[in-house]
Every structure is written in C-alpha cells, then in structure tokens.
Design a protein around this ligand. Structure first.
Ligand SMILES: Cc1cc2nc3c(=O)[nH]c(=O)nc-3n(C[C@H](O)[C@H](O)[C@H](O)COP(=O)(O)OP(=O)(O)OC[C@H]3O[C@@H](n4cnc5c(N)ncnc54)[C@H](O)[C@@H]3O)c2cc1C
Length: 409
C-alpha cells in the first residue's frame, strides 16, 4: 500500500480528505489525516461573537462529523516533518511515513510578536477576535461597555480573511447604534496598509464606506509596541494612537511545526508554487490553505477553490504525470457591513475586485462592491454551505477559476 498523509484537519485538510476518499483507489492507497484537536471551529463565525449575534455553540462541531466513514484519523500534535526521510514525527513519538504529503496546518495569531500586546491589559482592555477565547472575552466586555475610544489595529500583513477587520468596525458601528450609544463610541481603524484594503479599487470604495459610517481611518501605521500604562499603541516611527479598548489582529504565522521542520519563511509559511500548489522544495509535498506563502487571500473560500485544483494535481502525480492544473488565486468574500447589509468581492491574482453582478451577469443576485441586503444573506448562507457542502468536499455553485462574467472593468 502507498501512503498519502494529510497534516491538519481544518478547512483545507478536511476538504482534501473527503475529495481523496472519493477519488483515490483504496486498494493501492492508504489515506491518513492528523490533527491535534477534536473540535472544528467555524472561524468566520468568530466575527459575530463580540456582538452577541453568534455564541460559542454556533461555531463548533466535532471534526469527526465531517470525516468519511472509516477514515484513518490520528489525534496528536505534529512534532516535526522530515521531508528527506519522507516521514512525520508526532508528539507521542509515533512515526508516520508517506509517499505523498499534503500540508494543511493553517495559520494562527501570535500576539507575543508585538511588545506589550499580552501585557496587563490583555483580555481586560486589549482583545483579539481571531480566536474563540478572544471573541468570547470581547463579547462579555462589550455587554457592559459604556463607550469611549475603540481602536482596531492590524499588526502586519498577511492575515487570515483580510476583510474581517473591516467587517468588525462596520458591525461595531451597527451594534453601538442599535444600543443607542454610537455617539459615545469613537471607532478608529488603524492599518499598516496605504488604504482600507489590499487592492486599490476596492480600497477606495471600502474607504468611502468607512467615511460614510463615521469611522476614522489611519493608514501606514506599523505598530512597534503597546503601552499598557498609557493605553496607546506606538508605531516604529513614534506615532501614537490612544485607546480605551484595543481590538488587535496580531501577527499571523504558520504553525511552529513548520519552523521546527525548517520548511518555512520568516512567518513559518511554506514556499509553494502559486499555480500547482506543490512545495517549491519537495516534489512529493503539496501545500493548501493558510499554510502556504501564496499571495492569494487566506480564506476558507480560497481553500475550497484550491482543493478543486489540488485534487487534479495529486491525481496526476499518483498516475505518474506532471501536475498541470493551475490555481488562479480566486477569492470570493462576503463583507458584512452592518444594519443587515453586506458587500461582495470576487478577484484573483491578476484581476482586482471590480463592480458588477455575481454570479449571473446583469441578474446577480449578488452585487459586487455594493452594499445590499442580498449580500448579507449570502454571508449568512455561507455558514450553512460551510458545514453542509464545503467541508464535505461537495461541488459549490461557484467556479474555482474566477470568471469575468458580470464584472464591469
Ligand atoms: C475571524 C475570522 C474570520 C474569517 N472569515 C472568513 C470568511 O468570511 N470567509 C472565508 O472564506 N474565510 C474566513 N476566514 C478564514 C478561514 O477560516 C481560514 O482561511 C480557513 O479556515 C483556512 O483553512 P486551513 O485548513 O488552511 O486552516 P485551519 O482551518 O486553521 O486548519 C489548520 C488545522 O491544522 C491543525 N494543526 C496545525 N498545526 C498542527 C500541529 N502542529 N499538530 C497537529 N495539528 C495541527 C489545527 O489544529 C487545525 O485544525 C476567517 C478567519 C477568521 C479567524
């Protein structure tokens, strides 16, 4: 029997397990997946917890509910990958060998990378919402907060779901308006980017939304440290922003196992061919999802599009052919914008988000770079699609390659 090993059973690893289970010849191949946790977190749902829209129970399910019957699952932390020996060492000293390896160990937030971030005020006046713990702590805090300076700061790029920080401030505007204290809350979006978002056209349109919603924008702010005593963040060029509550998106990094295995860049992301998703250093290793160093967005929708490409390329290698299928960087993100509305962006490596209708030209029902109720329903529906179709590796009604149909250039 040949062995295919998947590291990480989050969004990308679970999709790949389901697809491979359908496709690979089980007389010839044994598939194994390894993860340290037994609970699957629907991370896009973390955004809604601080505002009381979702609670913890709305974003968790057992991982096993999404594994195919009879799947070979190992529940353990991964200690080290040894690519030269084609083997992986687990925390419990178990050794797993492989013929083909798929790395899907994702990305995590590392607040310790910034001086003072995890100081005295951590989870008292400084919160993240990229972890279940942070999102729940902030939700509890907001319940009794009477208002003041609310600062959202992105530490550095890349981050998972680069639109989530914008969604956070849009929802904060809506939440505090509904609570009748919006006039007492000063919302400030502080980013290292030159604008509200990574892509120029969308950045200008999303910047206008910030303006319209009375959210202050400070750009090109590269945080050096958090001053807990005086409640301010300080940039490398000594600019300062004061806060009463700081909501931080800490540095995002690949897992420590990548560093321990000496397989990553300075942020522990694995160098990956941007089209084939093959590791740049090892022919029998592929990488998918947030673990890659690709310039595409780190998002569940992207992991799903990548999986459509990766299954073809893995099958090519299994059959002794060169991997030919090409990932184009396609990302499709609903941006919750508050008051029951949302915005949609659809883009890839070469085409930035453009206005228009999606997926049907002239019809939609979704509108690109516009705020509509229908887009909000798309965001709400995404959770159902995630649990019921996406994780199970089923086809979704969106092509894995980006289409120009309906877009106005
Ligand atoms: C607040 C927030 C909002 C988001 N909103 C959206 C959205 O609206 N739309 C969207 O498409 N995406 C969104 N995302 C992004 C999306 O959740 C991720 O891009 C997606 O989950 C990536 O999948 P992955 O499989 O690469 O990583 P993950 O799903 O994080 O899985 C990685 C897995 O690897 C395991 N692992 C890692 N290291 C080890 C180790 N050493 N040993 C054992 N196991 C290990 C982990 O336990 C985990 O199960 C959001 C993310 C956040 C945080």
């Amino acid at each position: 029997m040949k062995k295919l090993l998947i590291l990480g059973a989050g969004t990308a690893g679970t999709i790949m397990l389901n697809k491979l289970n359908e496709t690979l010849d089980k007389q010839e191949w044994q598939i194994t997946i390894v993860d340290q946790h037994e609970t699957h977190y629907y991370q896009p749902g973390f955004l809604f917890i601080p505002f009381g829209i979702y609670s913890r129970k709305d974003v968790i399910k057992p991982k096993r509910d999404f594994f195919p019957v009879g799947a070979n699952v190992v529940n353990s932390e991964i200690e080290k990958i040894e690519p030269k020996q084609n083997r992986v060492i687990l925390k419990n000293s178990q050794v797993l060998t492989y013929d083909l390896l798929i790395i899907a160990t994702g990305a995590k937030v590392v607040p310790d990378e910034t001086e003072g971030m995890k100081g005295d005020l951590w989870y008292k006046s400084i919160f993240d919402f990229y972890t279940i713990e942070g999102a729940c702590a902030l939700g509890n805090y907001f319940k009794n907060w009477e208002g003041g300076k609310l600062v959202l700061n992105i530490t550095e790029m890349p981050i998972k779901c680069p639109v989530a920080p914008l969604e956070f401030v849009f929802l904060a505007d809506s939440y505090f308006t509904e609570r009748g204290i919006r006039d007492k809350v000063d919302i400030h979006f502080v980013t290292p980017l030159p604008g509200a978002f990574t892509k120029p056209k969308a950045s200008s349109i999303l910047g206008d939304f910030l303006n319209k919603k009375n959210i202050k924008l400070t750009t090109e702010f590269n945080i050096a440290r958090v001053d807990n005593e005086n409640k301010k963040i300080v940039s490398w060029d000594e600019n300062e922003v004061e806060f009463d509550v700081l909501v931080t998106i800490p540095t995002n990094m690949g897992d420590d196992v990548i560093e321990r295995s000496d397989m990553g860049d300075e942020l522990n992301f694995v160098p990956t061919d941007k089209h084939t998703l093959r590791s740049k250093d090892h022919e029998n290793i592929f990488v998918i999802g947030d673990a890659t160093d690709l310039p595409s967005s780190k998002a569940g929708s992207v992991a799903h599009f990548q999986a459509d490409i990766l299954i073809e390329n893995v099958m090519s290698v299994v059959e002794g052919r060169e991997p030919k299928e090409k990932f184009d960087g396609h990302a499709n993100c609903f941006i919750e914008s508050g008051f029951g509305k949302g915005i949609l962006i659809d883009f890839n490596y070469d085409t930035e988000p453009l206005p228009g209708k999606f997926p049907l030209p002239g019809i939609g029902p979704f509108s690109l770079l516009e705020e509509t109720k229908m887009n909000h329903y798309g965001k709400v529906m995404f959770r159902w699609m995630y649990w019921n179709s996406l994780l199970k590796g089923k086809e979704l009604p969106i092509e894995s390659h980006m289409s120009m149909a309906g877009k106005r250039g």
